[in-house]
Design a protein around this ligand. Structure first.
Ligand SMILES: C[S@@+](CC[C@H](N)C(=O)[O-])C[C@H]1O[C@@H](n2cnc3c(N)ncnc32)[C@H](O)[C@@H]1O
Length: 281
């Protein structure tokens, strides 16, 4: 896949930091393992991938010495698995990104049935779930820049269906920096919408004595995991993604079924650092 995207194709590509390669490394492994094991499984009517913040399909990392390397984004990774997903559902509010990713997926020769929506995934979620067939096994990747996904969106997605979740949890990038502002509801309700309006985080926040960065991040991760549990996600893992200057955000993996954890644990046990040469970052 890295070869497929290496030359510029004139379509929109994002500029991301090298840590994005780490995030997508785990996603790529998890998708590969899960499609390999679950594609065509008799228990499910289909195996589907949902990406609510799908991006343009290609991003570039400029490293020291101005060396540019291009990488496949999440949607392209999902479209390029050896055993394919049956259906792929993509949402992005940026029309140019959606056009670029659709073009790239079609050039890949991906055989999955593709559904796309342009707009705010929090507003489009009912349309997306209406297209997901019954008795399907689904994997959703939720990768906003910050706290842009509402908890209601997650619960709508997850309701009454098998839906494993991989969610970018912007604890360092957003929550830790802005928590004092989020505390006052009239200034911003981002954190309330993200954690769920019933999370009651303020009451517990009052009790938190040690408010150093690590404790704040853990506090909100625990709160989010409790919210996920309340909608049936009893099995979860969190993976901290680090930049050279320390932790940046977490990936939260959550499943209603403990078998899902097996696949994630295998993906997580792969050592991204040993692959540095291969991934070239
Ligand atoms: C971090 S990027 C996603 C990167 C992508 N996962 C990849 O691997 O290339 C976030 C994307 O979310 C889109 N976006 C931001 N807010 C959104 C919203 N409310 N609904 C849908 N898309 C949104 C942006 O246009 C951007 O493409």
């Amino acid at each position: 896949m890295c070869d497929f995207v290496q030359e510029p194709d004139g379509l929109l590509e994002y500029d991301f930091g090298a840590w994005t390669v780490r995030k997508l490394f785990f996603l790529a492994h998890y998708l590969g393992i899960t499609t390999h094991a679950m594609s065509g499984h008799s228990k499910f009517s289909s195996l589907n991938y949902i990406d609510l913040f799908c991006g343009s399909g290609v991003f570039k990392v400029v490293s020291e010495g101005s060396r540019v390397r291009r990488y496949p984004g999440s949607a392209l990774l999902a479209a390029g698995t050896q055993k394919t997903f049956d259906k792929i559902y993509l949402v992005d509010q940026d029309f140019e990104a959606l056009e670029a990713v659709t073009n790239r997926i079609s050039r890949l020769g991906c055989t999955a049935e593709l559904h796309t929506w342009c707009g705010d995934s929090n507003l489009l979620i009912d349309d997306v779930v209406a297209k997901i067939p019954d008795r399907a096994l689904n994997i959703a990747f939720i990768d906003p820049y910050s706290l842009k996904v509402h908890f209601n969106t997650i619960s709508t997605l997850a309701k009454s269906r098998a839906m494993d979740l991989i969610i970018l949890f912007a604890d360092r990038m957003d929550i830790e920096r802005n928590v004092e502002e989020y505390y006052y509801p009239r200034k911003s309700d981002n954190l309330d919408l993200f954690l769920g309006e019933d999370s009651d985080w303020r009451a517990e926040w009052e009790q938190l004595e040690n408010r150093d960065g690590g404790k704040i991040r853990q506090f909100f991760a625990d709160c989010y995991l409790r919210q996920l549990k309340a909608i049936g996600y009893y099995y979860s893992r969190t993976k901290v993604i680090e930049s050279d200057r320390g932790p940046l955000y977490r990936l939260i993996y959550a499943s209603k079924n403990e078998h899902g954890l097996k696949f994630w644990d295998i993906a997580e046990s792969e050592d991204v650092d040993r692959q540095r040469g291969l991934f070239g970052y």
